[in-house]
Design a protein around this ligand. Sequence first.
Ligand code: TYM
Length: 336
Amino acid sequence: MGRQRVLSGVQPTGNLHLGNYLGAIRNWVEIQSQYENFFCVVDLHAITMPHNPATLADDTYIIAALYLACGIDLNYSHIFVQSHVSAHSELTWLLNCITPLNWLQDMIQYKEKAVKQGENVSVGLLDYPVLMASDILLYQADKVPVGEDQKQHLELTRDIVNRFNHLFAKPDQPVLKLPEPLIRKEGARVMSLTDGTRKMSKSDPSELSRINLLDPPDQIVYKIKRCKTDPIRGLTFDDPARPECNNLLTLYMLLSGKTKEEVAVECQDMGWGPFKSLLTETMINALKPIQEKYQTVMDDKGYLESVLRDGKHFAEAIANNTLTQAKIAMGYSIPL
Ligand code: TYM
Protein backbone atom coordinates (compact mmCIF):
# COMPACT_ATOMS: atom_id res chain seq x y z
CA MET A 1 0.00 0.00 0.00
CA GLY A 2 1.34 3.44 -0.94
CA ARG A 3 0.91 6.51 1.17
CA GLN A 4 -2.49 8.13 1.46
CA ARG A 5 -2.95 11.17 -0.74
CA VAL A 6 -3.51 14.79 0.21
CA LEU A 7 -4.73 17.51 -2.13
CA SER A 8 -5.28 21.17 -1.44
CA GLY A 9 -5.00 24.54 -3.14
CA VAL A 10 -5.09 28.31 -2.86
CA GLN A 11 -6.43 30.85 -5.34
CA PRO A 12 -3.97 33.29 -6.91
CA THR A 13 -6.04 36.32 -5.99
CA GLY A 14 -3.82 38.82 -4.22
CA ASN A 15 -1.28 37.96 -1.60
CA LEU A 16 -1.56 35.12 0.87
CA HIS A 17 -2.58 36.29 4.33
CA LEU A 18 -2.24 34.84 7.81
CA GLY A 19 -5.61 33.08 7.47
CA ASN A 20 -4.42 31.16 4.42
CA TYR A 21 -1.17 30.32 6.18
CA LEU A 22 -2.48 29.32 9.61
CA GLY A 23 -5.71 27.74 8.33
CA ALA A 24 -4.17 25.79 5.46
CA ILE A 25 -0.53 25.94 4.35
CA ARG A 26 1.08 25.59 7.77
CA ASN A 27 -0.92 22.38 8.21
CA TRP A 28 0.13 21.10 4.78
CA VAL A 29 3.74 21.57 5.82
CA GLU A 30 3.25 19.81 9.15
CA ILE A 31 1.62 16.69 7.73
CA GLN A 32 3.35 16.41 4.37
CA SER A 33 5.90 13.74 5.34
CA GLN A 34 3.09 11.30 6.16
CA TYR A 35 1.37 11.55 2.76
CA GLU A 36 1.83 11.85 -0.98
CA ASN A 37 0.79 15.46 -1.51
CA PHE A 38 -0.60 17.53 -4.37
CA PHE A 39 -0.72 21.27 -3.86
CA CYS A 40 -2.12 23.28 -6.72
CA VAL A 41 -2.48 26.96 -7.43
CA VAL A 42 -6.14 27.11 -8.43
CA ASP A 43 -6.02 29.69 -11.19
CA LEU A 44 -9.27 28.47 -12.78
CA HIS A 45 -11.06 29.33 -9.56
CA ALA A 46 -9.47 32.79 -9.66
CA ILE A 47 -11.57 33.83 -12.65
CA THR A 48 -14.92 33.07 -11.00
CA MET A 49 -14.81 36.70 -9.83
CA PRO A 50 -13.71 39.56 -12.07
CA HIS A 51 -9.93 39.26 -12.49
CA ASN A 52 -7.03 41.11 -14.03
CA PRO A 53 -5.51 39.25 -17.03
CA ALA A 54 -2.36 41.37 -16.77
CA THR A 55 -1.49 39.95 -13.33
CA LEU A 56 -2.97 36.43 -13.32
CA ALA A 57 0.21 34.64 -14.45
CA ASP A 58 2.47 36.57 -12.05
CA ASP A 59 0.03 36.05 -9.17
CA THR A 60 0.09 32.32 -9.91
CA TYR A 61 3.91 32.21 -9.70
CA ILE A 62 3.84 34.21 -6.47
CA ILE A 63 1.57 31.66 -4.79
CA ALA A 64 3.69 28.74 -6.01
CA ALA A 65 6.82 30.48 -4.68
CA LEU A 66 5.07 31.05 -1.35
CA TYR A 67 4.25 27.35 -1.09
CA LEU A 68 7.99 26.64 -1.29
CA ALA A 69 8.82 29.54 1.02
CA CYS A 70 6.39 28.25 3.67
CA GLY A 71 8.12 24.88 3.66
CA ILE A 72 6.44 22.65 1.09
CA ASP A 73 9.07 19.99 0.45
CA LEU A 74 9.38 18.47 -3.01
CA ASN A 75 10.52 15.19 -1.47
CA TYR A 76 6.95 14.66 -0.34
CA SER A 77 4.86 17.06 -2.39
CA HIS A 78 4.04 18.04 -5.97
CA ILE A 79 3.29 21.67 -6.75
CA PHE A 80 1.41 22.49 -9.94
CA VAL A 81 -0.93 24.96 -11.59
CA GLN A 82 -4.55 23.86 -11.97
CA SER A 83 -4.99 25.22 -15.51
CA HIS A 84 -1.91 23.30 -16.69
CA VAL A 85 -3.80 20.04 -16.20
CA SER A 86 -6.81 20.16 -18.49
CA ALA A 87 -8.47 17.17 -16.83
CA HIS A 88 -9.69 19.57 -14.11
CA SER A 89 -11.94 21.37 -16.57
CA GLU A 90 -13.07 18.19 -18.25
CA LEU A 91 -14.05 16.32 -15.11
CA THR A 92 -15.90 19.45 -13.98
CA TRP A 93 -18.13 19.19 -17.02
CA LEU A 94 -18.90 15.54 -16.37
CA LEU A 95 -19.67 16.23 -12.70
CA ASN A 96 -21.76 19.30 -13.59
CA CYS A 97 -24.17 17.03 -15.36
CA ILE A 98 -24.87 14.95 -12.25
CA THR A 99 -24.88 17.78 -9.70
CA PRO A 100 -28.32 19.18 -8.89
CA LEU A 101 -28.51 22.94 -9.30
CA ASN A 102 -30.02 23.45 -5.87
CA TRP A 103 -26.96 21.87 -4.16
CA LEU A 104 -24.88 24.72 -5.59
CA GLN A 105 -27.43 27.41 -4.89
CA ASP A 106 -27.30 26.41 -1.20
CA MET A 107 -23.56 27.07 -0.85
CA ILE A 108 -22.87 29.82 1.71
CA GLN A 109 -19.82 31.21 -0.12
CA TYR A 110 -21.77 31.42 -3.36
CA LYS A 111 -24.60 33.28 -1.67
CA GLU A 112 -22.20 35.71 0.04
CA LYS A 113 -20.19 36.44 -3.09
CA ALA A 114 -23.23 36.53 -5.38
CA VAL A 115 -24.83 39.29 -3.31
CA LYS A 116 -21.76 41.46 -3.93
CA GLN A 117 -21.90 40.75 -7.68
CA GLY A 118 -25.56 41.57 -8.27
CA GLU A 119 -26.66 40.88 -11.83
CA ASN A 120 -23.11 40.16 -13.01
CA VAL A 121 -22.74 36.93 -11.06
CA SER A 122 -21.25 34.32 -13.37
CA VAL A 123 -22.15 30.68 -13.94
CA GLY A 124 -18.52 30.00 -12.98
CA LEU A 125 -19.06 31.35 -9.45
CA LEU A 126 -22.01 29.02 -8.99
CA ASP A 127 -19.97 26.14 -10.38
CA TYR A 128 -16.90 26.87 -8.23
CA PRO A 129 -17.51 23.93 -5.83
CA VAL A 130 -17.82 21.41 -8.69
CA LEU A 131 -14.42 22.50 -10.01
CA MET A 132 -13.09 22.14 -6.47
CA ALA A 133 -14.56 18.63 -6.28
CA SER A 134 -12.79 17.77 -9.53
CA ASP A 135 -9.47 19.00 -8.12
CA ILE A 136 -9.82 16.62 -5.22
CA LEU A 137 -11.33 13.62 -6.99
CA LEU A 138 -8.90 13.49 -9.92
CA TYR A 139 -6.13 12.57 -7.45
CA GLN A 140 -8.31 10.15 -5.44
CA ALA A 141 -7.30 12.23 -2.42
CA ASP A 142 -7.84 10.72 1.02
CA LYS A 143 -7.43 13.96 2.97
CA VAL A 144 -8.07 17.61 2.17
CA PRO A 145 -6.50 20.06 4.64
CA VAL A 146 -8.39 23.37 4.54
CA GLY A 147 -9.70 26.19 6.74
CA GLU A 148 -13.16 25.98 8.22
CA ASP A 149 -14.78 28.09 5.48
CA GLN A 150 -14.27 25.20 3.04
CA LYS A 151 -16.14 22.61 5.12
CA GLN A 152 -19.37 22.95 3.17
CA HIS A 153 -17.55 22.54 -0.15
CA LEU A 154 -15.98 19.35 1.16
CA GLU A 155 -19.39 18.02 2.17
CA LEU A 156 -20.65 18.78 -1.32
CA THR A 157 -17.66 16.95 -2.80
CA ARG A 158 -18.58 13.90 -0.76
CA ASP A 159 -22.19 14.13 -1.94
CA ILE A 160 -20.99 14.27 -5.56
CA VAL A 161 -18.80 11.19 -5.03
CA ASN A 162 -21.67 9.23 -3.55
CA ARG A 163 -23.97 10.23 -6.38
CA PHE A 164 -21.42 9.43 -9.08
CA ASN A 165 -20.55 6.02 -7.63
CA HIS A 166 -24.23 5.22 -7.06
CA LEU A 167 -25.10 6.07 -10.67
CA PHE A 168 -22.08 4.67 -12.50
CA ALA A 169 -20.09 2.22 -10.36
CA LYS A 170 -20.62 -1.20 -8.86
CA PRO A 171 -21.13 -0.98 -5.07
CA ASP A 172 -17.88 -2.82 -4.36
CA GLN A 173 -15.85 -0.99 -7.04
CA PRO A 174 -16.20 2.78 -6.55
CA VAL A 175 -14.69 4.91 -9.31
CA LEU A 176 -14.19 8.02 -7.19
CA LYS A 177 -12.77 8.05 -3.68
CA LEU A 178 -14.61 9.65 -0.75
CA PRO A 179 -12.26 12.32 0.69
CA GLU A 180 -12.09 13.48 4.31
CA PRO A 181 -11.65 17.12 5.29
CA LEU A 182 -8.76 17.88 7.63
CA ILE A 183 -9.66 20.99 9.58
CA ARG A 184 -7.52 21.84 12.57
CA LYS A 185 -9.29 23.54 15.46
CA GLU A 186 -6.70 26.25 16.11
CA GLY A 187 -6.26 28.64 13.19
CA ALA A 188 -9.13 27.20 11.16
CA ARG A 189 -10.84 30.58 11.24
CA VAL A 190 -8.49 33.54 11.53
CA MET A 191 -10.52 36.71 11.96
CA SER A 192 -10.19 40.20 10.52
CA LEU A 193 -8.00 42.66 12.41
CA THR A 194 -10.64 45.35 12.07
CA ASP A 195 -13.64 43.22 13.08
CA GLY A 196 -13.20 40.08 15.15
CA THR A 197 -16.57 38.70 14.05
CA ARG A 198 -15.60 38.50 10.35
CA LYS A 199 -13.02 36.18 8.85
CA MET A 200 -9.74 37.52 7.51
CA SER A 201 -10.22 37.62 3.75
CA LYS A 202 -8.42 38.61 0.55
CA SER A 203 -11.56 40.31 -0.67
CA ASP A 204 -11.93 42.67 2.29
CA PRO A 205 -11.44 46.16 0.80
CA SER A 206 -9.45 47.26 3.87
CA GLU A 207 -5.75 46.30 3.81
CA LEU A 208 -5.77 46.96 7.57
CA SER A 209 -8.01 43.92 8.06
CA ARG A 210 -5.29 41.40 7.22
CA ILE A 211 -1.58 40.66 7.54
CA ASN A 212 -0.12 39.40 4.28
CA LEU A 213 2.75 36.95 4.43
CA LEU A 214 4.89 39.38 2.44
CA ASP A 215 4.10 42.47 4.51
CA PRO A 216 7.34 44.23 5.50
CA PRO A 217 7.95 44.84 9.24
CA ASP A 218 6.86 48.49 9.14
CA GLN A 219 3.46 47.51 7.74
CA ILE A 220 3.01 44.84 10.38
CA VAL A 221 3.84 47.42 13.06
CA TYR A 222 1.29 49.82 11.56
CA LYS A 223 -1.48 47.23 11.12
CA ILE A 224 -1.15 45.84 14.64
CA LYS A 225 -1.04 49.35 16.08
CA ARG A 226 -4.32 50.12 14.31
CA CYS A 227 -6.06 46.79 14.86
CA LYS A 228 -9.32 46.70 16.80
CA THR A 229 -9.21 45.86 20.52
CA ASP A 230 -11.52 46.49 23.48
CA PRO A 231 -11.34 48.63 26.62
CA ILE A 232 -10.91 45.69 29.02
CA ARG A 233 -7.61 45.12 30.83
CA GLY A 234 -6.24 41.59 31.06
CA LEU A 235 -6.48 39.27 28.06
CA THR A 236 -8.48 36.04 27.89
CA PHE A 237 -9.29 33.38 25.30
CA ASP A 238 -12.81 32.23 24.38
CA ASP A 239 -14.86 35.14 25.73
CA PRO A 240 -17.69 35.53 23.18
CA ALA A 241 -17.96 39.20 24.13
CA ARG A 242 -14.28 39.72 23.13
CA PRO A 243 -13.82 38.27 19.61
CA GLU A 244 -10.83 40.51 18.83
CA CYS A 245 -9.08 39.47 22.02
CA ASN A 246 -9.55 35.78 21.25
CA ASN A 247 -8.31 36.24 17.69
CA LEU A 248 -5.17 38.19 18.62
CA LEU A 249 -4.27 35.77 21.41
CA THR A 250 -4.75 32.87 19.00
CA LEU A 251 -2.45 34.54 16.47
CA TYR A 252 0.16 35.04 19.17
CA MET A 253 -0.19 31.41 20.28
CA LEU A 254 0.16 29.99 16.76
CA LEU A 255 3.01 32.25 15.68
CA SER A 256 5.00 31.87 18.90
CA GLY A 257 4.54 28.09 19.04
CA LYS A 258 3.43 28.37 22.69
CA THR A 259 0.53 26.39 24.12
CA LYS A 260 -2.83 27.94 24.88
CA GLU A 261 -2.20 27.51 28.62
CA GLU A 262 1.19 29.24 28.42
CA VAL A 263 -0.30 32.17 26.51
CA ALA A 264 -3.27 32.43 28.87
CA VAL A 265 -0.95 32.73 31.89
CA GLU A 266 1.52 35.06 30.15
CA CYS A 267 -1.17 37.49 28.98
CA GLN A 268 -3.78 37.37 31.73
CA ASP A 269 -2.69 40.65 33.36
CA MET A 270 -1.39 42.39 30.24
CA GLY A 271 -2.71 45.64 28.84
CA TRP A 272 -3.15 46.07 25.09
CA GLY A 273 -0.03 48.21 24.64
CA PRO A 274 2.55 45.66 25.81
CA PHE A 275 0.61 42.81 24.17
CA LYS A 276 0.57 44.56 20.81
CA SER A 277 4.36 45.06 20.99
CA LEU A 278 4.81 41.37 21.82
CA LEU A 279 2.49 40.24 19.02
CA THR A 280 4.15 42.53 16.49
CA GLU A 281 7.62 41.27 17.30
CA THR A 282 6.48 37.62 17.24
CA MET A 283 4.76 38.11 13.88
CA ILE A 284 7.73 39.82 12.27
CA ASN A 285 10.05 37.05 13.50
CA ALA A 286 7.71 34.28 12.33
CA LEU A 287 7.33 35.76 8.84
CA LYS A 288 10.99 36.69 8.34
CA PRO A 289 12.24 33.23 7.24
CA ILE A 290 9.27 32.84 4.87
CA GLN A 291 9.96 36.24 3.30
CA GLU A 292 13.67 35.46 2.89
CA LYS A 293 13.03 32.08 1.30
CA TYR A 294 10.41 33.66 -0.96
CA GLN A 295 12.97 36.13 -2.25
CA THR A 296 15.45 33.34 -2.99
CA VAL A 297 12.84 31.38 -4.93
CA MET A 298 11.67 34.43 -6.89
CA ASP A 299 15.26 35.29 -7.82
CA ASP A 300 15.48 32.01 -9.75
CA LYS A 301 12.45 31.96 -12.03
CA GLY A 302 13.94 29.05 -14.01
CA TYR A 303 13.89 26.87 -10.90
CA LEU A 304 10.29 27.76 -10.12
CA GLU A 305 9.27 26.98 -13.70
CA SER A 306 10.98 23.59 -13.51
CA VAL A 307 9.15 22.79 -10.25
CA LEU A 308 5.81 23.60 -11.90
CA ARG A 309 6.70 21.66 -15.04
CA ASP A 310 7.61 18.55 -13.02
CA GLY A 311 4.46 19.00 -10.93
CA LYS A 312 2.31 19.25 -14.04
CA HIS A 313 3.74 16.07 -15.57
CA PHE A 314 3.31 14.06 -12.41
CA ALA A 315 -0.19 15.40 -11.70
CA GLU A 316 -1.35 15.02 -15.28
CA ALA A 317 -0.65 11.30 -15.45
CA ILE A 318 -2.72 10.62 -12.34
CA ALA A 319 -5.50 13.04 -13.27
CA ASN A 320 -5.86 11.66 -16.79
CA ASN A 321 -6.10 8.14 -15.46
CA THR A 322 -8.98 9.06 -13.13
CA LEU A 323 -10.67 11.03 -15.88
CA THR A 324 -10.53 8.01 -18.18
CA GLN A 325 -12.00 5.78 -15.46
CA ALA A 326 -14.81 8.29 -14.91
CA LYS A 327 -15.55 8.51 -18.64
CA ILE A 328 -15.59 4.74 -19.05
CA ALA A 329 -17.96 4.46 -16.07
CA MET A 330 -20.27 7.01 -17.68
CA GLY A 331 -20.32 5.03 -20.92
CA TYR A 332 -18.00 7.07 -23.13
CA SER A 333 -15.96 5.47 -25.88
CA ILE A 334 -12.26 6.02 -25.27
CA PRO A 335 -10.05 6.66 -28.32
CA LEU A 336 -7.57 3.84 -28.85
P1 TYM B 1 -8.75 30.34 -0.87
O1 TYM B 1 -7.64 30.81 -1.72
O2 TYM B 1 -9.91 31.25 -0.64
O3 TYM B 1 -8.21 29.90 0.55
C1 TYM B 1 -7.11 29.03 0.66
C2 TYM B 1 -7.10 28.30 1.99
O4 TYM B 1 -7.05 29.24 3.06
C3 TYM B 1 -8.09 28.97 3.99
N1 TYM B 1 -8.52 30.24 4.59
C4 TYM B 1 -8.58 30.47 5.90
N2 TYM B 1 -8.29 29.71 6.96
C5 TYM B 1 -8.44 30.26 8.19
N3 TYM B 1 -8.85 31.53 8.40
C6 TYM B 1 -9.15 32.34 7.37
N4 TYM B 1 -9.54 33.59 7.57
C7 TYM B 1 -9.02 31.82 6.04
N5 TYM B 1 -9.22 32.33 4.79
C8 TYM B 1 -8.91 31.36 3.92
C9 TYM B 1 -9.18 28.31 3.16
O5 TYM B 1 -10.04 27.54 3.97
C10 TYM B 1 -8.37 27.47 2.21
O6 TYM B 1 -8.01 26.23 2.81
N6 TYM B 1 -11.81 26.90 -2.49
C11 TYM B 1 -10.46 26.94 -1.94
C12 TYM B 1 -9.39 26.63 -2.96
C13 TYM B 1 -9.51 25.27 -3.57
C14 TYM B 1 -9.30 24.04 -2.91
C15 TYM B 1 -9.48 23.03 -3.91
C16 TYM B 1 -8.98 23.69 -1.59
C17 TYM B 1 -9.81 24.98 -4.87
N7 TYM B 1 -9.77 23.64 -5.09
C18 TYM B 1 -9.37 21.65 -3.59
C19 TYM B 1 -8.87 22.33 -1.29
C20 TYM B 1 -9.05 21.35 -2.29
C21 TYM B 1 -10.24 28.28 -1.27
O7 TYM B 1 -10.95 28.67 -0.43
O8 TYM B 1 -9.21 29.03 -1.62
